[in-house]
Design a protein around this ligand. Structure first.
Ligand SMILES: [Fe+2]
Length: 146
């Protein structure tokens, strides 16, 4: 077991237990890595939990902007060895957009323009992937689609 594998499996495994992460819907996502968060009670959680800025109400079929940032609650390191590699945005259980970042110059923040065609309630979630601390989910953000 190399150092990187140990960090991902050892520390992330412990993190899952500590955070008690049992997101049942996460089983729908085709990922073979644990999902952490949302957590804004610990510094580590604040560094990794994505923040979503979105309107509370939108019109069905109309484009609107959603901003996602990792580091909103507490700045995350952005060095060549430790940085946020990507952010993805989901509507309910469908991934609709993603952005990749390079270290140092690339801030882990993105603005996505999306639309929801079906009236009703929709839930946005964002994921941020840290190259050392793994995959983190945001708090769900409910949107009313009229
Ligand atoms: Fe990290």
């Amino acid at each position: 077991m190399n150092r990187r594998h140990f960090l991902k499996t050892g520390i992330l495994g412990a993190g899952t237990i500590l955070l008690g992460n049992t997101l049942s819907w996460a089983g729908e996502i085709k990922r073979d890595v644990p999902i952490f968060g949302p957590d804004t009670k610990t510094v580590g959680g604040k560094k990794h939990t994505p923040f979503i800025k979105a309107p509370k109400k939108v019109k069905a079929g109309e484009w609107f902007d959603v901003e996602v940032e990792v580091g909103h609650y507490h700045p995350h390191p952005n060095t060549k060895k430790h940085f946020i590699e990507s952010i993805s945005l989901w509507i309910d259980k469908l991934e609709v957009a993603s952005a990749k970042f390079k270290p140092v110059q690339g801030a882990p923040k993105a603005r996505f323009t999306i639309r929801i065609n079906k009236p009703g309630k929709a839930t946005l979630r964002a994921f941020g992937y840290c190259n050392i601390h793994g995959l983190w989910v945001s708090f769900p953000t409910e949107i009313e689609v009229v």
